[in-house]
Design a protein around this ligand. Sequence first.
Ligand code: UDP
Ligand code: MG
Length: 326
Amino acid sequence: MVSENRNKPDTRNHPLISIICPCHNEQEVLHTFTDKIFSIISKTSYSFELLFVNDGSNDNTLKVLNELAEKHTCIRVINLSRNFGKEAALTAGLDRAKGDAVIPIDADLQDPPELILDFLREWEKGFDVVVAKRVDRSSDTLAKKITASLFYKFHNSIADVEIPDNVGDFRLISRRVVQAIQLLPENQRFMKGIFSWVGFSTSVVEYTRQARAAGESSFNGWRLWNFALEGITSFSTAPLRVWLYLGVFCSSIAFIYGSIIILKTLMLGIDLPGYASLLTIVLFFGGVQLIGLGVMGEYIGRLYMESKRRPVYIIEHDSHENTQDK
Ligand code: UDP
Ligand code: MG
C-alpha cells in the first residue's frame, strides 16, 4: 500500500538539512551570518551542514571561511578555482550537498534565516519545494523594481515555464528535487528557471526583503541585463520565432505597396520616386534585419558555448574531501 504521506520526511531519524551559501567577497558579513544561522538551527531538532561555496572572492572570504570551518565541524568550505558566477556556485553546492533537504541562501542576510523554520514546517507537511516570496521590494532602487517587474512580465509571457514573481533562489528543496535538477545537463544555468522547470509540489512563504547587512552587491546593471538575456534565451525560443512573423508581415506590406505602385503607373503614367522615403525604408529594413541577425547571433553564441560541454565549475578545494575537480 502506498502511504498518502510518503513524501513526508522521517523526523524520527533526524534528517540532514544542507544550507548552501555562495559567497563572493563577503568577508564582512560572514561572522554575523553564521551566528544568525546557528541561533536559528539550534531551535530545531534536525542535523545541519552549512556549505559555503567561495566563488573566486578577492578579499579575505576564504580565510574567514576556513577559520569558521576549523571551529565548527558542520561547516564545509568548497573553494572554486575562480569566479564562476552565482549560478555555478549554487550548482556546485547542490552537487556536493548531502542533505535530505537543501536550502540555498545568500550570505548578505537579505534572505532572512528565520524563514528556515517556516520552510522546515512546510517541508514536514510534505511539500517538496518551499519558496520565499518577497511581498515588499522597498529595499531595492526604483530602477531595479521597474526592471525586475518588466523582466518577470516579459519572461513569463514568452517562456514555456513561468517563474513566479518576486521569488528568488532562497527556498527549500527536497532531495528528489535536487536529483531532478541534476538531470538537467545544460551548463548555462539560469537557476530561477531550472527550479521552476523541474516542478514538484510547492508551498509559498512570504517575507520582506531587507537591505544588505554589509558589503556590496555583485550585480550591476550590465550584469543584470546579461542575466535577464540568459533567462529569456534559456527558456524560450519566442525571440527567434517573432522574426518569421515580422518577415511575413513586412513582405505582405511590400507586396501590397508594390501592387499599388504598378497600378498607379499603369493608370497615371510614371511618377518621380521620392528619394527621402526610399532611403528611410532602406535604412529601416537594414536596421530590422540587423536586430534579427543579432537575436539569432545570441542563440547561436549560446549553442556554441553549450556545445563545448565544459564543466559548470572547477573545485580547487573541498574542506571535507581531497578531490581536485568535479
Ligand atoms: N555571489 C556569488 N558569485 C558571484 C556573485 C554573487 O557567489 O559572482 C553570491 C553573493 O556572495 C551573495 C549572493 O550570490 O551571497 C547574491 O549576490 P548579491 O547580494 O551580490 O546579489 P543581489 O542580492 O544584489 O541580487
Ligand atoms: Mg544581496
